[in-house]
Ligand binder design. Sequence first.
Ligand SMILES: *[C@@H]1O[C@H](CO)[C@@H](O)[C@H](O)[C@H]1NC(C)=O
Length: 368
Amino acid sequence: MKCAMFTAGVAVWLGTVVTILSRSHGDRNVYPSAGVLFVHVLEREYFKGEFPPYPKSGDASNDPITFNTNLMGYPDRPGWLRYIQRTPHSDGVLYGSPTAEHVGKPTVIEITAYNRRTFETARHNLVINIMATEEFPLPYQAEFYIKNMNVEEMLASEVLGDFLGAVKNVWQPERLNAINITSALDRGGRVPLPINNLKEGVYVMVGADVPFSSCLREVESPHNQLRCSQEMEPVISCDKKFRAQFHIDWCKISLVDINKVVPVYITRPDPGTGILPEFGEYNPPSESLKSRDYFSDFLITLAVPSAVALVLFFILGYTMCCRREGVEKRNMQTPDFAIYVVNDSFLITIHMFICVLTSIHPMGCSKK
Ligand SMILES: *[C@@H]1O[C@H](CO)[C@@H](O)[C@H](O)[C@H]1NC(C)=O
């Protein structure tokens, strides 16, 4: 009996150890080639299995899951690697174009998955070993602008495969690779209105080993250039090969033959020693500047208005004190206390003035 319990205990312990080991052994290796588009899908399903069983877990199949991805030991991803997850209910996608300078040291990406309902997390490492391509970078590069796709839809392997298939069909190269993919939003595109299922649009760059086919060059004809400048769709004979799935803006296609691209040498200014040349001590001008005459300014801004105000003051005072008519007569007719309130010519003037000013106001005198 004791022996059976011991065996069971050991089995449980072993099971736990194995689970822990297998969990910490979550590194995945991928081997993308430099100069070729790299796509890695972070599958919700895969990470869901990693979350420890949660008591009362309910329907775990629809938990919102988000991911955080960063270069191990750093807060963010390396510059060439981009990440998109449209909603917590869709898969996340890591994608980007490693170049020859990234070949060599493995890039370790820490992937942390968060279950937004149970607050469980799971962590994995993705080890990206970028391989050098023996073949030269594909010399003929064409970039298509696809209007009816979002970047994450285009990254799905079957969609990208369909697109490459269509390109192959109209170009007939030996080798064809997707090189880069960019959301139109990263090129100054706008977020579409949420109507008619409008998409953001995506730029896909592909490279091939043979010159561009005549069909790809059709947009360069004068006729099509004219149509493009008038914002009309150009007439491209092979557009029908794409049309069912991909709406291509042929006016935005760019065809680059990297053998013909003239390298641009940027001449940088000579940085110098960082020390200014010796000019000796600063010598302030010895004689002080001629003092400025402010008298005319004073006259115009202060004295003249003051003089005018003074004249007006005296006129008003004279009128008020010495030129009033009928003061004696009024004083005889009106009780003393009312003299100060009404019927004074000065007060009436002010009252009328205020009435004019406030006549627009609902409480104006006219309404009384
Ligand atoms: C791929 O596209 C991104 C975004 O437009 C750009 O920053 C990056 O340099 C491109 N990479 C290559 C290898 O062309």
